[in-house]
Design a protein around this ligand. Structure first.
Ligand code: GLA
Length: 439
């Protein structure tokens, strides 16, 4: 339930107009941003599917042929991504995580896929994925072994980059296990980035560099952004509300450092979307989708698209929420405030629009209401002088035109989120809407 309280134009409102003018004039000039990896990729956050959270390191194809890490799994998921609307809304990369490799390199030192589980080899799988109009991602590790103990890329960066390029791979997730020093870690991440570039193939480079530097060393994000298209900061996501909460808490606690560095070509990666699995309630799934949109996070689903529920599918394929995630202004959102077990997050969007998410963190009781003064949103500019507010989640509905000094009352389920889009409107549009409403 929402209410708009219309008040006369005040001094505050006039101040708001001045601020809005400054914002419009100053923002396009731009403040100097961090220099990004110059490979022309990930201009908006990567979208796709990654096997890890849902399928992990299941190599037992004998007993579990449908959920082991094999070419069959990726072919089936690719088929569904192409035919069930996933590709149409932007999910493009189908990504292999750990446990695809044979235990040894070949006689020429190249990585090879496990011959039993990937009988056609990765080149063949890449051709299949490309024939569906999708892209293929693969996984390797900067150190001596992958986290699950398969061959690492240390000492083989050029060979591995070239092998991936020869196979037609389009994304590399580069993990950071079994690296013997922080120098090797940093050098390895940089060398692999340069090696990928030298192949001449467009390969999105997904790093875990900052995660493995912590807690002992402070990551240099300006440098990381020069080499990676996205980077994990925080431990692995699990299929649980606690994990989502921890990820959000970490992000908001570190937002001063990590938010400014995100932008076209380089993004903070809070890990996979676990929507459509077992651990999150409907409201918690809404919270993950809404907040991953606000955080400009890569949208890499880890679920079983062969058996996903219609509700989870609709949420993951919600074009309006995806549009916020993919917004071309390329600015990551942030937590505006936290009070009484509510968190308010906001994200600036193209054309001076804003996305606002209100999360109800209280895990006891029923839906709670929260009233927000619109002057407090978007640095005072989101609704200046007026705005059209649309609720995107949990329901899609136009809430109408609001004045800058009015407020909005929302009702939010425990652990759920209300996601709003605010579009600034002129006074003329607002007056017209008031007149036409009263007719
Ligand atoms: C690490 C990564 C995960 C996954 C596993 C695979 O834990 O952070 O995302 O890739 O390794 O072993």
């Amino acid at each position: 339930m929402m209410t708009a309280m219309v008040r006369p134009v005040s001094r505050v409102l006039r101040l708001g107009c001045v601020l809005a003018f400054c914002f419009q004039v100053l923002v396009p000039c731009g403040l100097p941003g961090a220099w990004g990896l110059d490979n022309g990729l990930a201009m908006t956050p990567t979208m796709g599917w990654l096997h890890w959270e849902r399928f992990m390191c299941n190599v037992n194809c004998q007993e579990e042929p449908d959920s082991c890490i094999s070419e069959k799994l990726f072919q089936q998921i690719a088929e569904i991504m192409a035919s069930d609307g996933w590709k149409d809304v932007g999910y493009e990369y189908i990504c292999i995580d750990d446990c695809w490799m044979a235990p040894e390199r070949d006689s020429e030192g190249r990585l090879q896929a496990d011959p039993k589980r990937f009988p056609g080899g990765i080149r063949h799988l890449a051709d299949y994925v490309h024939s569906k109009g999708l892209k293929l991602g693969i996984y390797a590790d900067v150190g001596n072994k992958t986290c699950a103990g398969f061959p690492g890329s240390f000492g083989y960066y050029d060979i591995d980059a070239q092998t991936f390029a020869d196979w037609g791979v389009d994304l590399l997730k580069f993990d950071g296990c079994y690296c013997d020093s922080i120098q090797h870690l940093a050098e390895g991440y940089k060398q692999m980035s340069l090696a990928l570039n030298r192949t001449g193939r467009s390969i999105v480079y997904s790093c875990e560099w900052p995660l493995y530097m912590r807690p002992i060393f402070k990551p240099n994000y300006t440098e990381i952004r020069e080499y990676c298209n996205h980077w994990r900061n925080f431990p692995d996501i699990y299929d649980s509300w606690e994990s989502i909460r921890n990820t959000l808490d970490w992000t908001s606690s570190n937002q001063k450092i990590i938010v400014p560095v995100a932008g076209p070509g380089g993004w903070n990666d809070p890990d996979m979307l676990v929507i459509g699995n077992f651990g999150l309630s409907r409201d918690q799934q809404i919270t993950q989708m809404a907040l991953w949109a606000i955080m400009a996070a890569p949208l890499l689903m880890s679920n079983d698209l062969r058996s996903i529920s219609p509700e989870a599918k609709a949420l993951l394929q919600d074009k309006d929420v995806i549009a916020i995630n993919q917004d071309r202004l390329g600015k990551q959102g942030y937590q505006l405030r936290k009070e009484d077990n509510f968190e308010i997050w906001e994200r600036p969007l193209l054309n001076l629009a804003w996305a606002v998410a209100i999360v109800n963190l209280k895990e006891i009781g029923g839906p709670r209401s929260y009233t927000i003064n619109l002057t407090s949103l978007g640095r005072g500019l989101a609704c200046n002088p007026n705005c059209l507010i649309t609720e995107l989640l949990p329901e899609k509905r136009k809430l109408g035109f609001y004045e800058w000094t009015s407020s909005l009352k929302t009702q939010i389920n425990p652990t759920g989120t209300v996601l709003l889009r605010l579009e600034r409107t002129s006074s003329a549009q607002f007056s017209y809407s008031v007149v036409s409403d009263s007719l």
